[in-house]
Design a binder for this molecule. Structure first.
Ligand SMILES: Cc1cc2nc3c(=O)[nH]c(=O)nc-3n(C[C@H](O)[C@H](O)[C@H](O)COP(=O)(O)OP(=O)(O)OC[C@H]3O[C@@H](n4cnc5c(N)ncnc54)[C@H](O)[C@@H]3O)c2cc1C
Length: 427
């Protein structure tokens, strides 16, 4: 059940307009309500905490309590399980609204939500026999209950520093089947929410005696953070997205029971092959950051930025041209991204897959281009740490690095897949 956010007094503070106007973008009432909850929470509560999380590289624990309070922790959990029942598109737009106010909160929330989106609406589109589906239904109900009732937070560590996170080879983190579950051994780097999630949704390879590790045998297991054999190591002092606390996770002989499976055997591999938009979910955060850089610039040039003298700079033609360039870039990002998230589904066409890569590239590179223009246009006083723009700039630089769809890998895939049909070679 969504609860009103209720901290903003609309008499005193003007609510920001939605990034995607529900009428213009043909969103229905239920979608608009969920997205509005995210925007209001973002503006009224999350925005005010963002600078401290960034400065101290501290996990946004308080924001997670509010995400739970407002139902957003279970945004993609079906209504019959007590969630808000958002589909992919609704979640993506809501996440952009959170990203507008705090990049680190939106990015970590994405890791959490994917554990429910992938095991939920996405898994419903994939092939399973009746018994497997029934077992999956029983298990995911248990995971969903933890989130809805207890506010449990899930993370999604899959990066290992090798080629696995790019989809090239099997994950090096291994799960050995034993009576009643698995024993997990391995290491994950850049594991956002380390030390703060209640469950680590680990992608790993189930090993079979005498067989070579294969991507087909990828398992997606929720390891309780308190399980014996799990440790969080290394420090975390990065350029941007500092509140994600993406430290290194080590797993040494960690036992997890069968119910830890967030997807049945073989289903993650099927998803990666048949539901490629599952990897586009890192982009909403950066759509929000692009909007935030634009909003900042307009407010600043109008002399309306809280915490700065009311000096107007909007009358200079150079500023007007820069804002026009930012607005054009923002609309381009929004258009291609909205189309891509709207057509996310199983078995997309080749055109839809190429568009998804192009959307990811446009958002991840474009958000930082807009933030760069914002800094140049607003000038020196605007990039002081007392204002949000320099954080937006640093956070926005991190988007292109997110595997498996880094900006480089998107270019790589678009070029190859546009020029070669499946199975074609020049040999
Ligand atoms: C703020 C932040 C939060 C993160 N949170 C998470 C998280 O929660 N979970 C998680 O699993 N990961 C997370 N990551 C990790 C992220 O997805 C990448 O895995 C990480 O940035 C990899 O960095 P790397 O230097 O090891 O990449 P490398 O593997 O060394 O690759 C470097 C670059 O080379 C390119 N490249 C890689 N492979 C190929 C290839 N086969 N062909 C061509 N080019 C290639 C890519 O463009 C890549 O950016 C996070 C990263 C950041 C910055």
């Amino acid at each position: 059940m969504t609860m009103p956010v209720g901290k903003i007094d609309p008499e005193k503070v003007a609510l920001d307009r939605p990034i995607f106007d529900p009428t213009a973008f043909r969103l229905d009432e239920a979608q608009a309500a969920i997205i509005a909850t995210a925007r209001e929470l973002g503006q009224s509560v999350i925005a005010g905490r963002a600078a401290a999380y960034d400065r101290d590289a501290k996990f946004p624990t308080e924001n997670y309590r509010d995400l739970h309070r407002t139902g957003l922790l279970g945004i993609a959990i079906p209504r019959k399980h007590g969630g808000l029942g958002a589909n992919y598109q609704t979640y993506a737009i809501a996440a952009a609204e959170i990203g507008r106010y705090c990049g680190a909160t939106a990015l970590t929330w994405n890791m959490h939500v994917c554990s429910t989106l992938w095991s939920g609406p996405l898994a419903d589109d994939l092939d399973m026999d009746a018994a497997t589906r029934a077992e999956h239904e029983r298990r995911r109900a248990m995971h969903y209950k933890r989130i809805v009732d207890d506010g449990a937070i899930y993370s999604q560590p899959f990066s290992e520093g090798g080629a696995a996170a790019a989809g090239g080879v099997a994950f090096g983190t291994e799960a050995k089947p034993v009576q009643g579950g698995w024993i997990v051994n391995g290491k994950k780097i850049f594991a956002s929410l380390s030390g703060h999630a209640d469950y680590y949704g680990v992608l790993c390879t189930e090993i079979a005696e005498g067989k070579k590790a294969s991507r087909r045998n990828t398992l997606y297991l929720a390891l309780p953070a308190k399980a014996d054999g799990i440790s969080v190591v290394g420090d975390w002092d990065p350029l941007g997205m500092r509140g994600t606390v993406s430290r290194t996770l080590l797993f040494k002989e960690v036992f997890v029971p069968d119910d830890a499976a967030l997807m049945p055997r073989g289903v993650y591999f099927q998803a990666a092959m048949r539901w490629p938009h599952m990897f586009l979910t890192l982009s909403p955060t950066y759509v929000g950051l692009a909007q935030a850089a634009y909003d900042f610039t307009v407010r600043y040039l109008r002399g309306e930025m809280p915490g700065t003298p009311p000096v107007k700079r909007r009358m200079y033609p150079t500023k007007q041209i820069a804002v026009a360039q930012m607005q054009i870039k923002l609309e381009q990002i929004k258009s291609i991204w909205f189309q891509a998230v709207t057509e996310a589904r199983a078995n997309p066409t080749k055109e839809q897959v190429l568009r998804a890569y192009a959307a990811q590239y446009s958002v991840m590179e474009g958000a930082n281009e807009i933030a760069t223009l914002a800094i140049r246009t607003c000038g020196g006083q605007a990039m002081l740490k007392s204002l949000a723009l320099e954080r937006i700039y640093r956070d926005s630089r991190c988007g292109s690095l997110m595997l498996p769809w880094t900006a480089e890998l998107c270019l790589d895939r678009i070029g190859r897949e546009a020029l070669y049909e499946t199975g074609e070679s020049d040999d």
